[in-house]
Design a binder for this molecule. Sequence first.
Ligand code: ZN
Length: 498
Amino acid sequence: MTMLCTVSACKKSKKYDVKKYADSSSSQEESGLSSEGTLSENEGGSASAPTGSSASQSTATGSKTSSTVGSKPNGSTDTSSDEGQEYKLPDYDLDTDYTNDFVQDGRYIKIKTFATAGEYEGYVNRLVKDGYKKYDENKIGKNLFVSLVNKKNFISVSYTAGNSKLKIISEPLGDLYPRKADNKYTSKGMQSLFTGMKNENKPIYSGMGFVIRLDDGSFIIIDGGGGDRNHKDSNRLLNILNEQKPKNSGKPVIAAWIFTHCHDDHIGVFNAFSADFHDKVVIEKFYYNFPPDLDILASAEFMFNDDYYSYNNFKDCIKNYYSKSAVIRPHSGERYYIRNAVIEMLFSYEDLFPASIADRGINDFNETSLIFKVNIGGQSLMITGDASAMGMNFASTNYGTYLKSDILQMAHHGQNGTVPFYSKVDPTYALIPISHVDKNRVNFNEANKWLVNSKNVRQFIAFWSDNVTIPLPYNPTNAEIKDRIPTEKTVYNAVNLQ
Ligand SMILES: [Zn+2]
């Protein structure tokens, strides 16, 4: 029996039937349900383990739990504890012909297709009636999102109107994301900054690393870049933090380090940085939502050897160096209030459920990339990581013109992107996160052509020659924009770092 078995399915999945039990005993171990229909305390190894910590996010939760699997809060059906009994979140009044249940990574997931807003409301109300408290709610157009908690579980429920899907994910309660009321801090009135890191140590392909300085001098880091076997970019990153932190302050404070996905060209610098400088910074919270090991191991054609090495190294770094840092597993619809920034999560790979990489419903590992909007200084940045067509279609179908943003990070280093998504984002500035050695790989696909032809795009910004720092909000004069489309010689205006 493999300990990497992280996906198992409900036998009742009538509509899709995407995953079957390969090994009923391992599935039984994953189904740590107590008699109240909630996750038992040792699910995930520890009741206090952070939601989505490296251990609980991406490895099997092998701890043996209660045998009273299957009894449910509202007791609509199955109560047996037979070997191989599957776990379901309560159906309540959902039509099970269109409902798919499965277990992944010690989490319990229900997907209802052909769903309505009324079914969402009904389901959420039943959870509340059964003792769950609403932690946070959001509404984007006709899309509805809520996070609920009880003493043991965190449940994310979403209804997305464009694809008529209801998604319910239950996971062990861990670290919770910061809401508006949790965002207590003292502004130092510092200029907010965005820095795109030059990423030079991966001569084969590209890297992406962004640093956002907040108004109290703390930071949000997005990815960091790749490779870095000679640790040049880890030094580059520490230098950026030390240059931009408040003068005469202590260690740089990283309020949030967000990883779009677990490819080496996005997490490699973090690994080197952790080995070199983990004691030179304070990291408050990590945010990432990687697929389970089963999907990652099924992704050989998308995961090069470097990626496997980096992914395993990443897990070790989180565990070994940052035991005091919180780990948040993002879901769509969540908003994180981090100093003067608000991050709104718009897509995680869970929005493609019940499709998975392991069953080939998702055919590109880059589809696991988060898509989110950063609102800061009265402007917004759309971060796409390496998002591919499925994620972008989900976002453009469900959010429409809500995607409108001032600054767009071109997807997959300028190699992906769709016209529906880019035209809804309709940016004024576009970031090209590709290393100088790889810049010729920015192809002029239809989406990029759309950007180049858009009269609203004033400037493309690349990080080929050096790091580029811009103030947020970014409102350069026409004279300050030297080249709309950059060359390697393009020089960007210097920004006052203090
Ligand atoms: Zn990449």
